[in-house]
Design a protein around this ligand. Structure first.
Ligand SMILES: Nc1ncnc2c1ncn2[C@@H]1O[C@H](COP(=O)(O)OP(=O)(O)O)[C@@H](O)[C@H]1O
Ligand SMILES: [Mg+2]
Length: 262
């Protein structure tokens, strides 16, 4: 059984069907990239998987199955148990998602205590341990910092650390490196790939950068105007596809074409 399966999924905002007939399968431990121009529906698709589409968007046709179970019928209580535990999400700028008036440690402790019945002290220690595992130096200082006191790269590592606390089977990442400089981008990309190797985490990474996508991913999904235009193995997308749109995207990235991107 696949870890995640989208079958003929339509997603609408109001009366407008934005994503049409989306089919996507992800196996355990697989890394899949969704690429495509801005507005093509990438964020909409991964938010649908997490049951968190913005602006009243909803799935209006098809099925989303996680380990064979429909995610579309979950109760709010079932969602709370799954989200942030089995399925986690990291955002373009995890720092911007955090409450700017609260220290990292306070948010981390609260997050852990929504999933586990532990004391604040235990939660704090667990948070620190996760930061250390994500190779953030001086985790105690980070726990005591406000988001704005950290660099973009540090904040993104904090976001990944939080997302990985419960060793999710599925990590959804929406443009996780777009706000970072190239060097930090490369570090974060490597770190995400290590998560798969160490924890067996399956990852869907949304990126407008087909270079990052084809470097990281086992499978690449190309979206255009709310439709999956092309998909296949990284080799398919890099070398084999006849799809003119995919080829156009590839040609726009001079660093791709057999060479390592990072
Ligand atoms: N909250 C919203 N309300 C209405 N339409 C939206 C909303 N969010 C996104 N859309 C529309 O859905 C389409 C896909 O957007 P999105 O999934 O954000 O694309 P991407 O992540 O690929 O840039 C766009 O046409 C966008 O205008
Ligand atoms: Mg987006």
């Amino acid at each position: 059984m696949a870890l995640l399966e989208l079958r003929h999924v339509d997603i609408s905002y109001g009366n407008r069907v934005t994503v049409k007939d989306c089919d996507l399968t992800l196996e355990e431990g697989e890394i899949c990239s969704i690429v495509g121009e801005s507005g093509s529906g990438k964020t909409t698709v991964i938010r649908a998987v997490l049951g968190l589409i913005a602006g009243g968007g909803r799935v209006t046709a098809g099925e989303i199955l996680y380990e064979g179970r429909s995610l579309l019928d979950l109760s709010p209580r079932e969602w709370r148990a799954l989200r942030g535990h089995d399925i986690s999400m990291i955002f373009q700028d995890s720092g911007a998602m955090m409450n700017q008036t609260r220290r990292i440690g306070s948010c981390f402790v609260e997050y852990i205590r929504t999933h586990e019945n532990v004391s604040k002290k235990e939660a704090w220690e667990k948070g620190e341990d996760m930061l250390a595992r994500m190779r953030l130096p001086d985790p105690d200082r980070i726990m005591r910092s406000y988001p704005f006191q950290l660099s973009g790269g540090q904040r993104q590592r904090v976001g990944i650390a939080m997302g990985m606390t419960y060793q999710p089977k599925l990590l959804l990442a929406d443009e996780p490196t777009s706000a970072l400089d190239v060097t930090t981008q490369a570090q974060i990309v490597r770190q995400m790939m290590e998560l798969r190797d160490e924890y067996g985490t399956a990852i869907i990474i949304v990126t407008h950068d087909i270079g990052v996508a084809s470097y990281m991913a086992d499978r690449v999904v190309v979206m255009k105007d709310g439709v999956i235009e092309d998909q296949g193995t990284r080799e398919h997308v890099l070398y084999e596809t006849d799809n003119p749109y995919t080829r156009k995207l590839m040609e726009a990235v001079p660093s791709v074409g057999g060479k390592r991107y990072v």
